[in-house]
Structures are given as C-alpha cells and as structure tokens.
Design a protein around this ligand. Structure first.
Ligand code: KIV
Ligand code: ZN
Length: 405
C-alpha cells in the first residue's frame, strides 16, 4: 500500500503540486443493508424520518430499500422518493425484470433516482447459489443493467461477492456492465473476507485492466465480519474508489457494514493522507447516530469510535492534565465537529488533581491548594468505591471541606 493515498498514482507530481482533493460520494444503506440487521426493522414513519435526517446529513445517495422485498418496502421507498430532497434516492433490485420494474416504480418520483442491480459473480455463489455458468452470469448482468438503463441514467451494478471473484471473471463482468450502461460499479466484500492490502490490489487491478473503467464510478461496500470494513473501505478509496457504501453506526447484516461516521471522519481527519472530501455535515453525526439507535433499538457501544459516549471522554490523570494544557495532546478531532457538546473529563479513580480543580472551578468553587489536597484525598477514597464520580459528589465533598466538616 502507498504511504499516501495519491502516492500510488504519481509520487513525483504529489511532491511538487498539491492535488485537488477528490470528492467521495457517500452512499448510505442504513435503510436497506442496515435494516437487514436482525431485529432492526423500521416502520414507514421511522424510515421517512431517518431518510430525511440522512438527506440533512449530506448523504449523496440514500439506498431507501429493496422494493420487491415486500409491499411495505415498496411503499417506504416510494414515499421517500416522493418527499425527501437533496439526495439521490436508490432502490435495490436483483437482475430480474420484476425486481427492476418494481425498483423503478418506487424511485421514479425522486428528482435524482438510481436503480441498483446486483448479481453474484464468485465461483461459490455461481456454483452453489445460482447454479449458473460464467457466460450465463454475464448475460444476465448485461440484461439487468440494460433494462434498468431504459428507465433512468443513474445505474449501479454490484457483482455480489465481488471481493472473492476471480480477477479475470470480475474484469469481464465489470466491463460488460459498463458497456451495458452502468454508471457506478460497486464491488462488495459481501462476507467481510478481504483485507486492506488485498482490496487495494483488487481496486487497482480493476482500474488498470478494465478498459472502460473510467466511464463509471468505482464503489466500495464492505462488511465487518473480521472487523476491517472501515479499513478496507479506506484502502479502496486509496486505490481510486469514488464512492463508499456504509451505514449509520455500522449496522447491517451479521457484524454490519462500514460505519458512515468512521469513514467520513477518517477521511476528514486524515485529509493530509487521503486528499479526499465528502459533503457530510459532520456536526450532524452524533444526532443522526442517536436517531438510528433509538429507531432500530440497536445500542451504540460506549467505546464506539466517533459517536460512542466514551469517544471524547478522558479519565486518566495524565491525559486529563494534557488535555487541560492543550487538547491536541490527546484529541485528534474536536467533539464539536461530530456533534458532541464538549470533551468529557470523566472523574474516576484514574483522574488527577488538575481535572478535579478544573471541575470544582466549573461548579463555582475556587479552592486553596490545601483545600484541594484534602478534597482530592477524599475524592480518591470515594472513587475506589464508585465507577464514576458525578458533579453532585464533588459539590458535597467541596462544601463539606469549605464548611470545615
Ligand atoms: O453485501 C452485498 O453484497 C450487498 C449487495 C446487494 C450490494 O449488500
Ligand atoms: Zn451488503
């Protein structure tokens, strides 16, 4: 892998002229792949609310559902297409006429509509699931893309299990799909099997070997079975992908999909490395995460990157002291950037005097160094008994000290 995302293309040029940042499209599939998380189904009103919030977040493409899957899915995609503005609205379809027709009937109300057709291409899927020959796969993929392209000019094609498909066959299918009218080629890591180095090579290979690859946007869609969905998505971007498919809080089939908040903040925080921008209004990440969590009932773990409750919380005395002197010592992003009100210096048994004095001051108490020392000792005794010390505890300790108790 290159040392910087643009180094693979032309290292000499990068050294002399700073390239314009590339705009990466964010394709959110919370309402489709995300909803496939066991126990995460949403009703129509909930889907409309989430879609509206995704549009306000600045998502480029909202995959609103799989219209053929059920009448409820059809209706929600249709109503999202009728009401949500500012994002392209996309519907998923297998490469079959009835799927594609249903997808179009649902998305056609959107000012910018996309049909996303998919067909598995890996040997395992061809042999055991589809029982089709390679020639039949190419034929069906082409027919699906052509049918979708009769309806609109924004067509995405996904060779399902593309990251486990033989290179030669993947190139053949992708070339045929682009020739048939696909404007986005999404190569999914359907089972979360690939690695950052491998996906980098695969995407580089596609860009080098598929003659018409420049006529379509290359897209990445990574599942998280080995915990590498975000890293893999970023590697695909480094290899030239122009679209990332992801979900809020990383929800999705099995271990989920790449988390939107993580890929977006990685691109933003490491813009020096990736030289990419997105349209995401990052201040809305935390409120959007909370809405999706509340709606699906899937809780966000405390230590989840970017949106977890602990993502900007510091407990250790050394870290808190550093933070109070200069926040960049232990913070690589500002909590305000992602929608948290502020950094949280949590008071617990690992905290030091500096954080205690700071909290006492915020609560309206200025302590002499003797008072601080005494309160600090009592605070440590209390902290050994409690997981977290709250403001009420500090007020009680300080008032007791001041009143000479
Ligand atoms: O993971 C996958 O392969 C998918 C496709 C339908 C894009 O979700
Ligand atoms: Zn998927």
């Amino acid at each position: 892998m290159p040392q910087s995302a643009s180094e693979g293309e032309n290292a000499t040029e990068t050294a002399t002229t700073a390239p314009e940042p590339r705009m990466i499209r964010i394709f959110d599939t919370t309402l489709r792949d995300g909803e496939q998380s066991p126990g995460a189904s949403m009703n129509l009103a909930e889907k409309l609310e989430v879609a509206q919030v995704l549009a306000e977040l600045g998502v480029d493409i909202i995959e609103a559902g799989f219209p053929i899957a059920s009448p409820g899915d059809f209706e929600s995609v249709k109503q999202i297409a009728q009401t949500v503005r500012g994002s392209t609205i996309c519907g998923l379809a297998r490469c079959s006429d009835k799927d594609i027709d249903a997808a179009w009937e649902a998305v056609k109300y959107a000012p910018q509509a996309r049909i996303h057709v998919f067909l598995a291409t890996s040997a395992i899927h061809r042999e055991f699931k589809l029982r089709m020959t390679p020639d039949e796969i190419v034929e069906r993929a082409v027919a699906g893309v052509r049918r979708a392209a009769k309806y609109c000019d924004d067509i995405e094609f996904s060779p399902e299990d593309g990251c486990r498909t033989e290179h030669d066959f993947l190139c053949r299918v992708v070339e045929a799909a682009v020739d048939a009218g696909a404007t986005t080629i999404n190569v999914p890591d359907t089972v979360g099997y690939t690695t950052p180095n491998e996906i980098f090579e695969r995407f580089t290979m596609l860009r080098e070997r598929v003659p018409n690859m420049d006529k379509a946007v290359l897209s990445t869609h990574c599942h998280n079975d080995l915990g590498m969905a975000v890293a893999n998505s970023l590697s695909a971007v480094a290899a030239g992908a122009g679209q990332i498919e992801c979900t809020i809080n990383g929800i999705g089939e099995r271990a989920g999909n790449a988390g939107l908040e993580e890929v977006v903040m990685a691109l933003k925080t490491r813009r020096d490395f990736y030289h990419c921008d997105t349209r995401i209004v990052t201040k809305r990440l935390v409120p959007t995460s909370r809405l999706v969590s509340k709606t699906t009932g899937l809780q966000v773990q405390r230590n989840k990157a970017i949106v977890g409750r602990n993502a900007f919380a510091h407990e250790s005395g050394i870290h808190q002291d550093g933070m109070l002197k200069e926040r960049s010592t232990y913070e690589i992003m500002l909590p305000e950037e992602v929608g948290f009100a502020k950094t949280d210096l949590v008071l617990g048994k690992h905290s030091g005097r500096a954080a205690l004095a700071d909290r006492a001051k915020t609560l309206g108490f200025t302590l002499t160094s003797e008072q601080l020392q005494s309160v600090f000792e009592q605070f440590k005794t209390l902290a050994d008994k409690k997981k977290e010390i709250y403001d009420g505890d500090i007020i009680a300790l300080v008032q007791n000290q001041i009143s000479g108790g």
